[in-house]
Design a protein around this ligand. Structure first.
Ligand SMILES: [Ca+2]
Ligand SMILES: [Ca+2]
Ligand SMILES: [Ca+2]
Length: 821
């Protein structure tokens, strides 16, 4: 008896020791996710499964390693039923039994199931429980699957079912890696990435999904054996978690650097378990390569955010020109510059390379490199009525043009930029792009010429000047595209996009997407005659009128008309005529609020009408615009400050002097004071001093766009708005942002976004000067930027964000140069 008691005592002491000394257990949190330091498992907290960031998601030692976990139904063709066929219910969190449950349904087959997640402290157990009514025949096509992120696992091994191998960096033609196993081990040699998947009642397999889609991962499937009558199966995922692991500190600082007169505040992001704060060091790089300590002190605590702790390090006092590093806890950021010239050239790659490379309808060359051929010369066909297309393009029942469905609309084969990694010409984005370029030109008078555009040859040569101002050339190229559609349709349209999904997702030279020959339905497939072809590959033009989009165009065309006056008087006059025509039309017709791709919607405060009217008044001085602005004063007064910031405010402040109206001024200044309160609230929500709004897509473009608008508030009301409001937007873009410290401008700064989702994305490379959206927020509390080519919500370029970036750099340089005087 005594002996037995002694043994029991010894065992329980050992258990207590194990629990307290060695490992915390994985626990379910009240929000229904599972966590332990170094590990997290989310249960449909995010729903963007198409982007491989939703459903069941797993983080291991700070990295999202597995994602897109869900129940799928394999069709006869070997693909999943489309996501429209899935129905996912609200999560049920049973804290008593430690279960996080997702009810789901595969609609066409009427299969109801429950995805039940739980933990035993060391593993995650995922059970799929089918409704009793499900017929046996359907079950063998039902699978639980999740995807392993290829970038984290390349050249790591896998084992299972008597098979061993290693994960290839690229798809090499081998799709089935493990056919049938009860246990699969992933990266057992790698302490930070190892985990296993086991099942007692399901067959496990491992597939290289990249053979089916570029953005897929290595897919683990769990399925019941053929003809099984079981209505339940489960898998167990066991991660190897190192309790000593701590996330490396991230020193967040502008990778480009600072003007001597700027505030300079780096942000330090630390693992929330960090107890001993060290000193941060600012060091200066001597001529001989020696690093001299300029400042060393403990950073000031800012507080918790996401799942990290944040600190700030102020080194505003450092003003001596030269190169610097910041050093903390074995990490180093830099070299970055402190210099009067720090912003002089940072916008060049965006205008010299990124925008020329995005140009549609031309061949783009740089020395011996052909970026792409003269593409989409067959633009475009009238989109057929009642067409709900991908990328949110929609055609209503009426075309609102003189063209029949699939009839060629002439004159659309010049101008415009491909937006992002897509090759569509979205007119809302093109408007936004022209807007920032035209305002930048009006405000800062750039005189750069390194690009030649030879229209007769449809040829663009980078770094070969043609004695024409590059900015004005790009503004014209954007306006030509917008005007071409206005000429054809009499109003502005949503845009032009590939007519089928396979052409839309093409990666590589866009010249190969269509044959460049206008579609002729009288010709046979494959037949070509007199510059026409029987191949139905021309892009569709979506043509409906939308009031928000019309006013957006009028605003942009009015600015362009001023800016192009001394460069191309004919184009300038056409811009003004079109702007006035569109404005007049909208004034005399019932507004249409049509939710369609990339175009803005007019709101109840007449934001877009205000923007167009004020810009037309600035261009023409015509009293009819002034009178309309006066009539809209009540709307300005009632408008939420954020609308004012986001749409019309920065134009209204420019129009104040010319308006000569006290009442108008009172309304605008009242709104400016409200806006300042809103800004300060926003800036205080994070240590970064920018608008705090994190979601699936990174917020960098918003930050840059709002920064550009803020410039005008600072310029016209310096007594209300601090210059730092704009500087923080640019610092954020250059690396002072959460998750990592990449500069979000490809190739600008020593650590930048050199993996971008552009048209060359499959090579894991970039287009110099492209601007990415940046760190993505994953509910409930995670922030990440993982530099992955297929994480388009983090690494994609867009033209509007890139143009706002150019404006911001010129604006910041202008403000700081004025200080020097
Ligand atoms: Ca698009
Ligand atoms: Ca030029
Ligand atoms: Ca064609």
């Amino acid at each position: 008896m005594a002996f037995k008691n002694y043994r029991r005592l010894a065992v329980s002491t050992a258990l207590i020791l194990m629990a307290s000394v060695c490992f915390a257990q994985i626990e379910m949190k009240s929000e229904g996710y599972f966590e332990k330091p170094g590990f997290a498992f989310l249960v449909y907290h995010n729903d963007y499964i198409v982007g491989k960031r939703g459903g069941l998601q797993m983080f291991l030692h700070g990295n999202r390693v597995a994602d897109a976990g869900e129940v799928v139904y394999l069709t006869a063709y070997g693909s999943y039923l489309d996501f429209n066929f899935k129905e996912i219910g609200d999560r049920i969190v049973d804290t008593k039994r430690g279960l996080s449950i997702i009810p789901g349904k595969i609609k066409p087959t009427n299969i109801n199931y429950k995805l039940v997640c739980s933990t035993d402290g060391n593993s995650i157990i995922i059970a799929v429980k089918l409704d009793d009514s499900v017929e046996r025949i359907k079950i063998s096509n039902l699978m639980l699957k999740f995807e392993i992120y290829p970038k984290e696992y390349r050249y790591r091994t896998y084992m299972g079912g008597n098979v061993t191998g290693y994960f290839q960096e690229r798809y090499m033609g081998k799709t089935t890696l493990i056919h049938d196993a009860k246990e699969i081990l992933i990266a057992p040699e790698d302490d930070l990435r190892a985990f296993s998947i086991t099942s007692e009642d399901a067959r496990l397999s491992l597939i290289d999904g990249r053979g089916m889609a570029n953005h897929a991962g290595f897919i683990v499937y769990a399925a019941l054996p053929q003809n099984s009558s079981q209505k339940h199966f489960s898998i167990k995922i066991t991660p190897r978690i190192n309790p000593d692991w701590r996330r490396e500190p991230v020193i967040q600082v502008s990778q480009v650097g600072y003007h001597p007169d700027q505030r300079k505040v780096a942000v330090l992001e630390l693992d929330s378990r960090t107890e001993n704060l060290e000193e941060m060091k600012l060091v200066y790089l001597d001529k001989g390569g020696k690093k001299r300590i300029i400042k060393s002190e403990k950073p000031a605590k800012w507080g918790p955010l996401f799942n990290h702790n944040y600190y700030t390090f102020d080194f505003t006092a450092a003003k001596t020109p030269g190169h610097y590093f910041l050093i903390y806890g074995g990490q180093q950021a830099g070299p970055f510059a402190i210099s009067n010239d720090v912003y002089k050239e940072t916008w060049h790659p965006t205008m010299d390379v990124f925008f020329p490379v995005q140009m549609c309808h031309v061949e783009v060359r740089q020395g011996e490199k052909v970026w792409h051929g003269a593409c989409h010369l067959d633009d475009g066909l009238q989109a057929p009525p009642n067409k709900i297309h991908f990328d949110s393009y929609i055609q209503k029942a009426e075309t609102e043009t003189r063209f029949k469905a699939n009839e060629h609309i002439p004159g659309l084969d010049w101008g415009g930029w491909h937006d992002a990694g897509d090759n569509d010409l979205p007119f809302g984005s093109i408007c936004r792009t022209v807007l920032w370029m035209a305002l930048a030109q009006e405000e800062f008078r750039t005189d750069r010429d390194v690009t030649s555009i030879i229209r007769g040859q449809r040829r663009v040569n980078l770094f070969q000047p043609d004695h024409k101002n590059d900015m004005l050339q790009q503004i014209s190229f954007g306006m030509e595209n917008l005007l071409a559609l206005y000429r054809a349709a009499g109003h502005v349209c949503p845009g032009i996009i590939e007519n089928n999904i396979l052409d839309y997702i093409v990666v590589g030279d866009p010249v190969n997407i269509t044959d460049g020959l206008i579609f002729d339905p009288s010709l046979k497939q494959g037949e070509k005659k007199e510059g026409r072809s029987g191949k139905f590959d021309d892009r569709w033009v979506f043509t409906n009128r939308n009031t928000g989009g019309q006013y957006q165009f009028a605003q942009v065309a009015a600015v362009s008309s001023r800016v192009l006056k001394d460069y191309d008087i004919k184009l300038s006059e056409e811009c003004l005529k079109a702007a006035e025509g569109v404005w007049e039309y909208e004034q005399n017709h019932t507004p249409v609020h049509f939710k369609v791709s990339y175009q803005p919607q007019e709101d109840e405060y007449h934001s877009w009408e205000l923007a167009a009217t004020a810009e037309l008044f600035l261009t023409t001085g015509d009293v009819k615009y002034k009178n309309r602005l006066l009539a809209l004063i009540p709307y300005i007064k009632n408008m939420p400050a954020f609308y004012f910031w986001e749409v019309s405010g920065f134009i209204l402040v420019r129009a104040l002097a010319k308006m000569e109206s006290d009442e108008f001024k009172k309304a605008v200044v009242g709104k400016l004071r409200e806006l300042k309160i809103l800004m300060l609230e926003e800036f205080a929500k994070s240590p970064y001093g920018v608008k705090f709004y994190f979601q699936v897509w990174g917020n960098n473009w918003d930050v840059l766009d709002l920064g550009a608008r803020t410039y005008y508030f600072i310029k016209h009301f310096p007594e209300i708005f601090d210059e730092e409001y704009l500087y923080s937007a640019l610092n954020y873009n250059f690396g002072c942002h959460p998750a990592t410290n990449h500069s979000y401008v490809s190739g600008v700064g020593v650590n930048s976004a050199t993996v971008g989702y552009g048209f060359n994305r499959s090579e894991w490379t970039y287009i110099p000067g492209g601007v990415v959206s940046g760190a993505s927020f994953l509910r409930p509390k995670f922030i990440e930027y993982r530099s992955g080519t297929w994480d388009w919500y983090e690494t994609e370029y867009v033209i509007g964000g890139s143009a706002a970036y150019v404006f911001d750099v010129l604006a910041v340089d202008s403000l700081l140069s004025q200080r020097e005087k």
